[in-house]
Design a protein around this ligand. Structure first.
Ligand code: UT7
Length: 333
């Protein structure tokens, strides 16, 4: 009997309407379009505006579209995982809120915190439930409202991040789907990339707010170096252990943190940029949202049987790569 594989059978993304351009950022902090474009590749990012608008708002929109386009009855979905570091609340989990609002009433739900690797870690976790035969339909979401933890007076971070979400449906397939994944974590990253306040170590007080402890902190250069090393090593690892050469891969789908990181990773993995998905210029870094947003945008170019490598690196540190075979012809969607 052939192995059950967990295949992505649908993808949908959602980005908010508001576009924060480099020109607008020039009016907010001491920066300029040329620096941002040269150093990051970002031209604009989307921001979720409005009162009481959390990460779930974007996840709900993505899931609604996903269920509709795949003709999925929400009551058939058995598990929902949401990769996010900007949950609506500490609890209940954001996946729970999304499931409730989209009618997935027969599912159990949880959030997975792995920063920019959130979608990779969630997809690999979900894969186990399909491969084991335990569940038939699982929804995996990557969603972050990074603007909710952004200090818009800090030019080193506020120019990078944006808001967005993507969701995939995972189902069993005998042929295509997730073939392999290589995931890693290393606590040395905490020093360079973290959100200090708001958790159990430093609960919110007037002082933590005054100290800006609830905003993201990043020391960019070491993160940059680790990201290039981590993602290129992860790609090589999955390629080696599956006897793949660059010619066998239709697309590399990298986390969108910095165009220079993406180009360096492609170079180190000896992979041509023409087959690397890049949309960082439009959305910036949406943390767990970047990879599903790329897949969504490229969906109509993907063909059944295409070999894809997804790769990410993020806070923690967390990083890895997934090798999967795409399960349907995107042009038919
Ligand atoms: O997704 C999660 C993982 N995160 C990442 O992968 C991000 C990794 N890091 C990066 O992408 C880059 O390090 C950044 C984009 C964050 C920063 O780029 P960089 O080339 O590493 O710049 P830098 O921090 O070394 O700063 C270089 C200079 C500094 O000025 P001095 O000290 O040389 O005078 C900064 O103050 O650029 C200055 N600078 C800016 N100038 C204009 C920093 N931010 C800005 C800005 N506009 N927005």
């Amino acid at each position: 009997m052939s192995k059950i594989r967990a295949a992505i059978t649908g993808i949908q993304g959602y980005v908010p309407d508001y576009i924060l351009t480099n020109a607008e950022l020039e009016t907010m902090v001491d920066t300029n379009d040329e620096w941002i474009t040269d150093r990051t590749g970002i031209k604009e990012r989307r921001i979720l505006k409005g009162e009481n608008m959390g990460t779930s708002v974007m996840g709900i929109e993505a899931v609604k579209g996903l269920l509709q386009k795949t003709g999925t009855d929400p009551m058939e979905v058995e598990l929902v995982i949401c990769g996010t570091v900007t949950a609506d609340h500490h609890f209940p989990d954001t996946a729970n809120i999304i499931a409730h609002e989209t009618g997935m009433k027969n599912a159990f739900t949880f959030d997975l915190s792995a920063a920019c690797s959130g979608f990779l870690f969630s997809l690999t976790t979900a894969t186990q439930f399909i491969e084991s035969g335990r569940y038939k339909k699982v929804v995996v979401i990557g969603a972050d409202k990074m603007s909710s933890i952004m200090d818009y007076t800090d030019r080193s971070t506020c120019i990078i991040f944006g808001d967005g979400a993507g969701a995939v449906l995972l189902e069993a397939d005998n042929e295509n789907g997730v073939i392999d994944s290589y995931l890693r974590s290393d606590g040395i990253g905490k020093e360079f990339l973290h959100q200090k306040g708001g958790g159990s170590v430093l609960p919110p007080t007037h002082e933590t707010v005054d100290n800006k402890d609830h905003y993201i902190f990043q020391n960019g250069r070491p993160v940059f170096k680790h990201a290039v090393k981590g993602m290129s090593a992860a790609i090589k690892e999955v390629m080696n252990r599956n006897s793949l050469t660059a010619d066998d891969i239709a697309w590399v789908v990298p986390h969108q943190a910095n165009i220079r990181i993406i180009e360096s990773v492609a170079k180190m993995a000896d992979f041509p940029m023409e087959r690397v998905m890049v949309n960082i210029h439009k959305y910036g870094n949406t943390t767990a949202g970047t990879i599903p947003l790329c897949l969504w945008e490229w969906e109509n170019q993907l063909k059944k049987g295409d070999n894809l490598i997804l790769t990410a690196f993020g806070g923690g540190f967390t990083w890895g790569a997934i090798y999967l075979k795409w399960a349907y012809d995107g042009k038919d969607v």
